[in-house]
Write a protein that binds this ligand. Structure first.
Ligand SMILES: Nc1nc2c(c(=O)[nH]1)N[C@H]1C(S)=C(S)[C@@H](COP(=O)(O)O)O[C@H]1N2
Ligand SMILES: [Mo]
Length: 415
């Protein structure tokens, strides 16, 4: 494997067509690089990335009931979810999504460090020396491309920055499958060498620089720096899922409603959703559809029905979550009032028009859970405009985005 060094002497034909700049192995002079260092970082990723993948796929399952409708049209034909996402325990989605986002963010420095540690190989010249090498390089291209794509789209989503022209949901999902495939190939190809390098401990090898610069840091110091960066990101993010530590979540700023019972996170305000005060005033009616006749209820009628109170989390796909005390009418009761007591599904529509969050479809378990509510109040007071006044859906373990605010109608489908 001293191929690269010989080429650097400039004796071969390949060397004459070597591109200038970053492809030069003498550009990468850090003496810290070694197969041992790369293997340590690789082992961390080997354990942690499958957890990110698994929680990501579970999140996808939580999003998509198996019957069409709730799935974005582009992915509707792909029925990955093999089961209906449960409603219990109510913190299931909160935990799953918290782990997915937190671990994904914490791993950013580790992924970058690992890429940095193998740069000389990534820019090795000539790029391919055999068909087997060509396949390996293709899998690397897909691996590096997909892991960076997943991290970048994930971070942008968490920061509400929808700069890309495609659906985050679809792109992040397909990117994950490219990653899963290329990751499996990579592990199969590299694990034996990584284990050997870890057994050998230290030592120089073909990742070492051709003309090393003076070391400014030990390998252990480098690993400690990466671990410190990861820990710092974790500390500045984890608070978004713990009500007590909210102030430490400096990396996930969220608009919060005015202090008081409604003073928790808001993803989209009533103003941003185009909800007018007139449409939520005394004229507002909840329409229940799917039975023999449509049923209309105003807010006073809803408040006169038996109320139920439940402590339930709102857990956003972006990783933040918060548990509040919600009070309202059980969805099962509304299904009975509509004349469809045993529905196959419920399609909830918001007053909001357009936008991916203006409607959601619930499966029967999500309608009939006793704590699945059309909430009218939170923490003992009326919902604020930003939290969905006059009424919003709140269902145990349901992804935040499906807890539709400013509900206009619920359409129950018969079995
Ligand atoms: N109509 C409507 N409902 C909505 C949204 C929206 O934009 N429009 N945002 C959803 C998202 S993404 C989340 S996480 C929760 C947030 O609820 P909160 O703002 O009351 O905390 O509401 C959901 N319900
Ligand atoms: Mo959300």
């Amino acid at each position: 494997m001293h191929f690269g060094r010989r080429l650097d002497d400039g004796s071969s034909r390949w060397e004459r067509v070597r591109p200038p700049g970053f492809g030069r192995s003498r550009v990468w002079r850090s003496p810290l690089r070694s197969t041992w260092l790369t293997s340590v970082l690789g082992m961390v990723l080997l354990v942690a990335l499958p957890i990110v993948v698994l929680t990501g796929l579970l999140s996808y399952a939580a999003y998509g009931p198996r019957f069409g409708q709730a799935m974005p049209a582009e992915t509707g034909w792909l029925r990955l979810p093999l089961f209906d996402w449960p409603t219990r325990p109510s913190w299931l989605f909160r935990l799953n999504q918290g782990v997915h986002v937190l671990l994904g963010l914490v791993l950013v420095p580790v992924v970058l460090a690992k890429l940095w540690s193998v740069i000389p190989k990534l820019v090795a010249w000539p790029p391919v020396t055999s068909p087997a090498k060509a396949l390996e390089r293709l899998s690397l291209l897909l691996l590096v491309g997909s892991v960076l794509f997943e991290l970048v789209t994930g971070v942008l989503n968490v920061q509400y920055y929808y700069a890309f022209p495609f659906s985050f949901y679809t792109a992040h999902y397909w990117g994950a499958w490219v990653f899963i495939g290329s990751f499996a190939v990579h592990v199969a190809l590299k694990l034996p060498a990584a284990v050997r390098a870890l057994r050998r401990r230290g030592g120089e090898d073909d990742l070492a620089a051709v003309r090393p610069a003076a070391a400014t840091l030990s390998r252990r110091g480098f690993l400690a720096t990466v671990a410190g960066g990861a820990a710092l990101i974790g500390l500045l993010t984890a608070g978004q899922t713990f009500d007590g530590a909210r102030r430490t979540a400096l990396l996930s700023p969220r608009y919060r409603d005015a202090p008081g019972p409604n003073g928790f996170q808001v993803n989209r305000t009533a103003a941003a959703a185009g909800i007018s005060a007139a449409s939520t005033g005394p004229e507002w009616r909840l329409r229940l559809l799917g039975g023999a006749e449509p049923v209309e209820l105003d807010r006073a009628r809803l408040l006169a029905l038996p109320q139920r109170t439940a402590e339930l989390p709102i857990a956003c796909v972006e990783g933040w979550s918060t548990t509040q005390r919600w009070t309202g009418v059980p969805l099962a009761e509304l299904a009975r009032l509509a004349g469809v007591p045993d529905p196959a599904s419920a399609h909830v529509r918001s007053l909001e028009t357009g936008g991916a969050f203006a409607a959601a479809t619930l499966h029967p378990g999500q309608v009939l859970d006793p704590d699945a509510l059309l909430a009218l109040r939170v923490n003992g007071v009326d919902l604020s405009a930003d939290h969905g006044f006059p009424a919003r859906v709140i269902v145990p373990a349901l992804p935040g985005v499906h807890n539709t605010k400013w509900v206009a109608s619920i359409s129950f489908r018969r079995r």
